[in-house]
Design a binder for this molecule. Structure first.
Ligand SMILES: *Cc1c(COP(=O)(O)O)cnc(C)c1O
Length: 404
């Protein structure tokens, strides 16, 4: 059983005050907080072995290279990739998606189709629109229902031998819906399409097994799972990574260079041009270790408890409506108070030390679907408590009184 009071001691930021009140951090879907164990790794890197990797024969460079590659292996094990060179370390989810979208330029032709879901983050819509503009491919969208769930009958109807790529997030950042990715992957493969899953929102809650999923690409960001910003991963099946051309030209990604012809390095270096975020990659590995030491089953059980409690308590407030009501969701509660703008609620909550997200959460199409300008989003992590949810409920009640 997970002891949040004990775990909170690992996170120095959680003991600070905001506007004279103890911080209640409920913006975990935007970025998670960082435990001392990961902060220590970052300090250790810059204090003791900061050096460029894969190049120097000197001791610091070798130490940095060893730690960076060890982190890659940790991440490989966590996601259960078959080979460590199928793990490409990138700047994060957005860059990983752009890498794949760019790579597909030479693999698509006019009339081919790409399927995305109605639940996507903007970073997941725009790269595919740009890919369609470059290639003449057509973007198709899996619609959702009023619970915020993707409609699988509609998905099946979109699939055909024209479908070349299917892209969905594992979990919606705006609503928390867990999408049936096993089914989505199986059906896409049946028509010969590749599948890219955005795990940015699922990785803090679920340990994915890319081999069991048989997924072609899987992407995530370290900063949503207790790691630093500016680093993330692209997992790709070896055969797919070999098919894609390099994303950027530069140092580290080449084998031989002359002005007549350059040959590229093998995986993963082909996709890792220039000096990477070395410290970030090592800290990403430490974050994965930290979360595994707590245990993903314990995390899921505890967060589900918070979700059930938070949902029940918030619904006590008259005029409060929750968006995203799938039975299959993670600890994200998106809501509005009748007749009150979400921004105003968020501003008042901040005065009480409570950090929530307000706005469209980079998912304008979802907001358009519900015909709302945005929502207040409270997203819980394993270091949050029921006492903090009580503070949120009191805060929302107060905000409602002041604003109505
Ligand atoms: C946060 C998020 C992204 C973008 O991640 P970055 O780290 O900003 O690149 C993409 N998709 C989903 C579902 C997200 O939650």
């Amino acid at each position: 059983m997970l002891n949040a009071d004990h775990i909170r001691k690992d996170f120095p930021i959680l003991s600070r005050q905001v506007n004279g009140k103890p911080l209640v951090y409920f913006d975990n879907a935007a970025t998670s907080q960082t435990p001392q164990q990961v902060i220590d790794v970052i300090v250790d890197y810059y204090s003791n072995y900061n050096a460029n990797i894969h190049r120097g024969v000197h001791t610091l460079s070798q130490e940095a290279t060893d730690k960076y590659e060890a982190a890659r292996n940790t991440i490989q094990k966590h996601f259960n990739a078959k080979h460590n060179y199928e793990i490409i370390l990138t700047a994060g989810t957005t860059e990983s998606i752009n890498l794949v979208a760019q790579g597909f330029t030479s693999l698509l032709k006019e009339g081919d189709e790409i399927i995305v879901s109605a639940l996507e983050h903007h970073s997941n819509i725009v790269p595919w629109q740009m890919l369609c503009e470059r290639t003449g491919a057509v973007l198709k969208v899996i619609p959702m229902n009023l619970e915020g769930e993707l409609i699988m009958e509609a998905y099946n109807a979109l699939l055909s031998d024209r479908t070349k790529l299917v892209f969905v997030n594992h979990i919606s950042n705006a609503l928390g819906t867990i999408n049936p990715i096993e089914y989505i992957i199986e059906k896409a493969h049946a028509v010969g399409a590749a599948v890219l899953i955005d795990g940015a929102q699922s990785c803090p809650h679920i340990k994915p097994d890319v081999q069991a999923l048989d997924v072609d690409f899987y992407v995530a960001s370290a900063h949503k799972m207790c790691g630093p910003t500016g680093v993330g991963l692209l997992y790709g099946k070896e055969e797919w990574l070999n098919k894609l051309p390099p994303y950027q030209g530069g140092g580290e990604m080449i084998d031989q260079v002359s002005f007549e012809k350059t040959t590229y390095a093998g995986l993963p270096h082909k996709f890792e041009a220039g000096t990477p975020n070395i410290c970030g990659g090592i800290a990403f590995g430490a974050a994965v270790d930290y979360m595994n030491a707590i245990g993903f089953e314990a995390i899921a059980t505890y967060e589900n408890e918070l979700l059930a409690y938070g949902t029940q308590r918030l619904l006590e407030i008259e005029g409060l409506k929750i968006y995203g009501t799938s039975a299959n969701k993670t600890s994200v509660i998106s809501f509005n108070l009748e007749g009150i703008h979400p921004y105003d609620v968020g501003t008042l909550l901040d005065k009480m030390g409570i950090a929530v997200r307000t706005g469209h959460h980079c998912t304008q199409p979802i907001m358009d679907f519900f015909k709302i300008p945005g929502t207040v989003r409270a997203s819980f992590s394993f270091y949050n408590t029921k006492a903090e949810i009580d503070a949120l409920v009191e805060g929302v009640k107060k905000a409602k009184m002041m604003l109505s």
